[in-house]
Design a protein around this ligand. Structure first.
Ligand SMILES: [Zn+2]
Ligand SMILES: [Zn+2]
Length: 283
């Protein structure tokens, strides 16, 4: 049965220090282990480095990556992912389609984004000099298979293109909506998002802001943690994992948020387990 391992649970940028020891400071990276020897990796934030540190072997590493979008907090771990620099590694990245709109003025392919990120003076090794192989599959279909898993993707409101995923493996469904722009009325839910995650066993969902923080950043592409419970309830999911925590939320703040959300979810019959680095869920 699938095992979900959280290697990075922060949004926006990594944070560290004594106030972040419990929930962790790495950005978005979740690993799904199945009966297949190759893991499925959701996003490539700095938690990816933690994932590499826990591999039994870096020889002939193989994995499939579902990339929601190329904001820094979702790709920044890739240059420092050790298997990428080892000959024999092979990583398949399934990413948003064809062209990523960066405002009105220009469009760019994901391969070009990585090519720029992996080049001096930003990084000493060029994209085409990597030891491992990376294949980028720009998604042209909303459903596809990787290993023994069936994957569905759908656009999720956020600045620029951004995908949510549903992964069904061994009869268990996992929804991943890492970055989700909440509408001003905080009740409406994009129909495509709702359809994607309807009835999933586990929903990993953006939970970046308090209501007060959202008021100040209402167009930054995220939602309140209360909205995560609302979405989970409307979609009738079994278990909610609030994720993509704001870097300003210390362990002390997160403990309070967690207690609040567990209680709130319980009232609508949903189990809630707030994401923390190192957390594992066996489904
Ligand atoms: Zn993000
Ligand atoms: Zn983002």
């Amino acid at each position: 049965m699938p095992r979900v391992i959280f290697h990075g649970v922060r949004g926006s940028f990594p944070c560290g220090g004594p106030d972040y020891l419990k929930y962790g400071g790495n950005t978005s990276c979740v690993e799904i282990r199945t009966n297949d020897p190759e893991p499925i990796i959701l996003d490539l934030g700095t938690g990816l480095v933690r994932l590499a540190d826990r591999l039994e072997s870096r020889e002939n590493f193989r994995a499939s990556v579902l990339l929601s979008h190329p904001h820094w907090d979702h790709i920044q771990g890739l240059p420092y992912f050790k298997p990428l620099h080892v000959t024999g590694s092979q990583i398949e990245i399934f990413a948003p389609p064809v062209e990523i709109s960066c405002g009105e003025s220009y469009k760019v392919h994901l391969g070009d984004v990585f090519d720029k990120a992996f080049s001096p003076p930003l990084f000493p090794v060029s994209w085409n000099q990597l030891g491992g192989k990376v294949a980028i599959h720009e998604l042209t279909s909303s459903t596809f298979s990787i290993g023994g898993a069936n994957v569905t993707c759908a656009p999720v409101p956020h600045p620029g293109i951004n995908l949510g995923f549903k992964i069904i493996v061994s009869g268990v469904s996992i929804g991943y909506v890492s970055d989700h722009q909440m509408p001003r009325d905080d009740r409406e839910i994009d129909p495509e998002v709702l359809k994607l995650i309807e009835g999933v066993d586990l929903l990993i969902h953006d939970a970046q802001y308090s209501q007060e923080e959202f008021e100040a950043k209402s167009d930054w592409g995220h939602c309140t943690y209360d909205y995560a419970v609302h979405v989970a309830h409307e979609a009738q999911v079994k278990c909610l994992v609030p994720f993509h925590h704001d870097p300003s939320h210390s362990d002390e703040a997160m403990d309070q948020i967690s207690a609040h959300l567990v209680q709130m979810a319980k009232q609508v019959g949903i189990e809630c387990r707030v994401a923390m680095e190192g957390m594992e869920i066996n489904l």
